[in-house]
Design a protein around this ligand. Structure first.
Ligand SMILES: Nc1nc2c(c(=O)[nH]1)N[C@H]1C(S)=C(S)[C@@H](COP(=O)(O)OP(=O)(O)OC[C@H]3O[C@@H](n4cnc5c(N)ncnc54)[C@H](O)[C@@H]3O)O[C@H]1N2
Ligand code: MOO
Length: 403
């Protein structure tokens, strides 16, 4: 059977995936959430012209040449606008954030003045508007500054606060259940019997899903029996998760029961086996409203497939407009031989050349069980099916891995 191309598999995974229900969260809890509606400023910032410096509010014509001697008629602090206006030959003492008084159009910083009682000598000429932040220079009421479908950064929260929003409309987090399968798996810290393998995949996968904003439930490790695998699938359904991610038991072995158990429960399998390395035996389907991604067991395969398929899916379910990964161009740090029919995702180190170009150098062994090299890699080099051999220095496409 012909293997499904990676692009078709990704399209199938993303088919009809969009933002889930919406909810309001307090601004404090908005970091990393995805806005469900465009957000308009509820106020103008700054609402009035304000001083950017500590100094004196003056009329520009009075300080066009220096020295200039002015009479100080009062003081304005931040938060307390002055009742007086500044007339010819007058100045008001002002502090950073103070509202520019009537009549003034310039601020002279205090370093350019000499104070003597109620007189101030301006020692440097200043031009009109100097050190004044005009009303609305940041934004105006009604301006749409944050867009639906964008993940909120730390700076976005400060902006939303400045716009006077105490709460934000966001999409709810996708709920994910993660299940590992395999009789040979034991938890980290165990004393291992011959043939046992330390369970590792879930740690990276859960961290990856959480960093994409998912609520993750760990369903633990199911034994390689239909009963155990079926019970875990039913638990995921009972939890009402949006996505079940399984690892292991995906290939052709006698103990690879995941697909069988999923189908017996009524899962419609959209695909099983894709033209990709690592990760050929990946599967995807739907069991009612629950999406299922069946990842291969090999640690590198499970991670690379999760990065390529689960991450865009979680982004789409989070309501993000921009769910896809965006490859960057780099130059190869070492030569590559011709590729076969499977799209290859090579673990690679990333550095920069003297000319400032990204250089991607494949790690020395690409076997899909090698955790140390996966951890050391910073990117995946994408090799299209049947790509010809490439010299060091040739352009390649890479996807940077998360920190
Ligand atoms: N005859 C064939 N054999 C295999 C094929 C094939 O097409 N024909 N595909 C190979 C490829 S490619 C992959 S990838 C693996 C994936 O197989 P499974 O998904 O069935 O994975 P397992 O057999 O369950 O495990 C593979 C390997 O990874 C270890 N493992 C599994 N889960 C974990 C975990 N959570 N943490 C750490 N390590 C884990 C497991 O012990 C095995 O060593 O199949 C090839 N075979
Ligand atoms: O796809 Mo498997 O991941 O090549 O080892």
């Amino acid at each position: 059977m012909a293997l499904m191309p990676v692009a078709d598999a990704l399209a199938a995974v993303l088919h009809s995936a969009g933002g889930l229900a919406t909810e309001a969260v307090a601004l404090e809890d908005g970091h990393g959430r995805v806005l469900a509606h465009d957000l308009a400023a509820l106020r103008t910032q700054p609402p009035q012209a304000m001083s950017a410096m500590d100094g004196y509010a003056v009329r520009a014509e009075d300080v066009a040449t220096a020295p200039a001697r002015l009479t100080v008629i009062g003081e304005i602090a931040a938060g307390r606008p002055a009742a007086q206006s500044v007339g010819p030959g007058q100045a008001l003492r002002i502090f950073t954030g103070g509202v520019i008084p009537e009549g003034a159009d310039t601020v002279v910083i205090q370093e350019d003045t000499v104070r003597d009682g109620d007189q101030v000598t301006i020692t440097e000429a200043a031009r009109r508007g100097r050190h004044i932040r005009p009303a609305g220079v940041d934004f105006s009421e009604g301006d749409i500054l944050l867009r639906a479908g964008a993940r909120l950064s730390d700076r976005d929260l400060a902006l939303a606060a400045g716009m006077n929003h105490p709460a934000l409309p966001v999409y709810r987090r996708p709920r994910v259940a993660m299940l590992a399968t395999g009789d040979e798996l034991v938890m980290p810290g165990s004393s291992l019997q011959p043939g046992q393998i330390v369970y590792s995949n879930g740690y990276a996968l859960r961290a990856l899903a959480r960093s994409e904003g998912a609520d993750v439930t760990d369903l633990g490790i199911a034994a390689d029996t239909m009963d155990a695998t079926t019970a875990a699938i039913r638990r995921a359904r009972d939890l009402g998760v949006d996505l079940l991610v399984t690892t292991g038991g995906a290939s052709a072995g006698d103990h690879d029961l995941v697909k069988q158990a999923l189908e017996a429960e009524g899962t419609e399998i959209a695909f099983w086996k894709i033209a990709m390395r690592p990760g050929k035996p990946m599967m995807h389907g739907r069991l009612g409203a629950m999406r299922v991604i069946g990842l291969p067991g090999n640690p590198v395969s499970s991670y690379v497939c999760a990065f390529l398929f689960m991450v865009p899916l979680l982004r789409a379910l989070s309501g993000m407009r921009n769910a896809m990964h965006h490859p960057e161009t780099a130059s190869l740090g070492s030569p590559l031989s011709a590729n076969d029919q499977r799209e290859d995702y090579l673990r690679a180190y990333v550095s920069s050349s003297d000319a400032g170009r990204l250089v991607a150098t494949p790690v020395d062994h690409q076997d899909s069980s090698l955790l140390a090299r996966l951890s050391a890699a910073q990117a995946l080099i994408i090799r299209p099916p049947h790509a010809p051999a490439a010299e060091a220095g040739a352009n390649c496409q890479i996807l940077k891995l998360p920190l």
